[in-house]
Structure formats: structure tokens, C-alpha cells
Design a protein around this ligand. Structure first.
Ligand SMILES: [Ca+2]
Ligand SMILES: [Ca+2]
Length: 186
């Protein structure tokens, strides 16, 4: 039987969050992901952009794992139940968190990223250049070679929340059915 698409995408998100690949997600996994993004773009860890991204991510982990989230580990099953159970809150949190990610990558603060900028983000996420290309094509709707903050945030909302098996957004973070996970790739 074919796995429903949404289920597969939740798995992809789980893999993205599970930075050390041990099968459970902890707040520290989020810290690791943030550090990779900051390092890729040379953003200091104590800068306002870095603090904002960490705060938003911590809020997501707290919503998922509860007030003692720093001491807890969430399983894949718990994560699926959470994703299914909180679509509205999740949408808002994904919006602010991915917006903060974009701001880290948008080092010149002009509100747009070019193709190489998107590739650098995807590299920091440990996703493939193919994924980055698919994401860029999906986001650059007006084909001007740049993606806006709204393009970026909208893509992740589509990725998380829309059930459309034929949507090209299904290809932006680990081509489904592809070998391996997002992490540990060269
Ligand atoms: Ca920019
Ligand atoms: Ca564009």
C-alpha cells in the first residue's frame, strides 16, 4: 500500500529536525540545525537574527514536547500525532520560524535571495543540490531569479500543510522515495 503523502512529508520534517539522526528529536537537535545555518552564512550566534531564530524554534519544541522540552525526546509517532493535531498553531509557528531562517540567509537584508543563496541554505540543511534546485524553481514563481521571504515561508507552509501528491513542493526536501535521509549525506 502506498504511504499517504502527508505521512511521508511529516517523516521528512522529522528527519530534518532530528539533526543527529538518532530517531528522536530534542531541543538540542534544533540548536545544531541553527548553528549549521548560522555558520553557513557567517551570522554571529549572539546576533539579533540568531536569537530570534533560536527563540522561534524553542517555542516549537516547547509546543511539541511541553514545558520541560529541554529534558525530553520526542519520538516519530509523537511527532506525527502532534503535526496532525495542531495544524493552526503549527502554521503560525512554521511561518515565524522559517521567516527567521530566511532572515539569517538574507545577509544584505534586501528581502530576496538569489539561487546561490538558496543552495547555501539547502546545503546547511544537509539537503541535496537537486532539492535546492526543486525548491528554487518552486519558489521563484515570477521567474526573476530571486525568491522573496514570502516565497520561502509560503513554500514551507505548502510543504507541511498541503495534500497534493502532484505538487512540485513534494520535491524540495528529499525527493520522496530517494535513498537515505536528509542527514548524513555528503
Ligand atoms: Ca538578499
Ligand atoms: Ca522571484
Amino acid at each position: 500500500m502506498k504511504t499517504p503523502l502527508r505521512h511521508t512529508r511529516y517523516d521528512r520534517v522529522f528527519q530534518l529536525l532530528d539533526g543527529d539522526g538518532d530517531g528522536v528529536v530534542r531541543a538540542v537537535d534544533g540548536d545544531v540545525s541553527v548553528d549549521k545555518l548560522l555558520t553557513e552564512f557567517g551570522v554571529p550566534g549572539d546576533s539579533p537574527k540568531a536569537v530570534r531564530l533560536r527563540d522561534h524554534l524553542a517555542a516549537m519544541f516547547e509546543d511539541f514536547l511541553g514545558p520541560d522540552f529541554r529534558d525530553r525526546a520526542g519520538t516519530r509517532e509523537e511527532f506525527h500525532a502532534y503535526m496532525r493535531g495542531h495544524p493552526d498553531r503549527l502554521e503560525r509557528m512554521v511561518e515565524v520560524t522559517t521567516g527567521a531562517e530566511f532572515d539569517v540567509a538574507d545577509h544584505d537584508d534586501d528581502g530576496v535571495l538569489d539561487r546561490p543563496g538558496v543552495h547555501r541554505m539547502w546545503r546547511a540543511f544537509e539537503l541535496t543540490p537537486q532539492d535546492a534546485e526543486a525548491a528554487f524553481e518552486y519558489m521563484d514563481t515570477d521567474r526573476d531569479g530571486r525568491v522573496t521571504r514570502a516565497d520561502y515561508v509560503g513554500m514551507w507552509l505548502d510543504f507541511l500543510l498541503v495534500d497534493d501528491e502532484d505538487s512540485p513542493v513534494a520535491k524540495v526536501a528529499g525527493q520522496e522515495g530517494g535513498a537515505g535521509g536528509g542527514h548524513g549525506r555528503p
